[in-house]
Design a protein around this ligand. Sequence first.
Ligand SMILES: Nc1ncnc2c1ncn2[C@@H]1O[C@H](COP(=O)(O)OP(=O)(O)OP(=O)(O)O)[C@@H](O)[C@H]1O
Length: 282
Amino acid sequence: MTDDMARIADLRVTRPNFEVSEVSFVIPRGQVVGLVGPNGAGKTTVIRSLLGLVHPDAGRIEVLGQPAGSSAALSKIGVVLDQPTAAGDWRVHSLGRRLGPFYPNWDEDRFLELVDQFGVPRDQRVDELSRGQGVKLSLAAALAQRPELLILDEPSSGLDPRSRRDIGDVIRQFMVDPQHAVLFSTHITTDLDDLADQLIVLVGGRVAHRGILPDAKDDFAMARGTGEVPDGTFGPQYSGAQWSALIRTEDSAAFGPDVVIDEATIDDIIIHLAAAHEEARV
Ligand SMILES: Nc1ncnc2c1ncn2[C@@H]1O[C@H](COP(=O)(O)OP(=O)(O)OP(=O)(O)O)[C@@H](O)[C@H]1O
């Protein structure tokens, strides 16, 4: 059995005003991979390519050694996409009966257990659920398929803090099995703390940074000072006379005593790499 759940190599997807380009990464078994980046960075496009819902212009994608989108690959993947489910007028409790036949490993008891655990009302119509309840229902359905790979596209947006913690707990429980893996795209980067093993930062359709957490954060630091912004900084932002910018941690010693250096958060990395990308475009 391969240790890699999925492999993406040199993915290119060309849109009229946008291109995902040279995106390569691996989702190893036993890892939670966090996919982050600003709006429009290409996260959903990469996820949809992994599911075979988007046909790449170039590159290779394999899930469990099978081509993306093949039934063999899809049968092992549980998905929560960033769109409401199409099962509008169905009742929550009937979802399992309707979806189950399409999934060979469907576990109805697990589905209803998760529905109750998440506080989703069993008798409610699916199209009358709140956004957060809809996400929880999708997650319950994804896990009831007994997948090996869980793909979550912004599951935490619209969820209250308690619900986000519940989702984190369910992912941790899923990851107790070392054969499992998760790809998790999010804008709430603190949700990746203590959860993600690997971080992939997409900016402008390209991988701007990738690494194993928590070290991936340590590759960068934040610098701030006044006056002219020194070379070796990324995406400076200004507040009055003060600038702040991302730097490579290994370059810290090159900045003089007037530059204050702090740790960078994942948000700092995204914001300043995106700003640097925008600067490079003009
Ligand atoms: N079907 C499509 N046709 C044309 N352009 C598209 C299509 N799907 C996505 N795009 C464009 O591709 C770019 C990347 O979109 P994508 O949804 O992958 O980004 P994202 O990182 O998931 O963004 P967000 O964080 O806002 O959800 C955007 O500029 C979007 O307008």
